[in-house]
Design a protein. Sequence first.
Length: 166
Amino acid sequence: MTDQREVSIVRRPGRTLSAEDGLGALLAAYHLRTETEKGKPVADVDALPGRYRAEISDPRTAFVDDVVLVAVSGDAAVGCLVVTAPVDGRSEIKRLWAEPAFRGRGVASALLGDALAQAAESGAGAVRLSVWSWRTGAIALYERLGFTVTESWDERDQLVCMERVL
């Protein structure tokens, strides 16, 4: 049995990523849960918008210019996060997900800490992210890590935009 307290973060820049890594399943869970929370539940991955299906089926292509971080416990992928290459001095954090059984164990904090380090190493002066307003636990975590609410760069209703200077 895997000790759920032992979680490590694996960086996947320029490495072949596939569903076999467990990343596809993590992304599927993320997108299915998000659609449900938006009040648009779908039965399965096939009913998701095309761009989300593309991330799930071929993360290597979808995130070709990004760094994908995968949290692993034993041989199981238990969390993920994508950090983009800097544009105009800013990187963006996307697709933060921790398997429900591993929540409260520091998976998201570890992923975010590594993402901030990755962004700084790549020359970013700031990191930004967007989060749905109903994800209050995530917003609280981001605020604890120094992110502040900023002017929105996205027109979607109920989306909170946050940024942290590195």
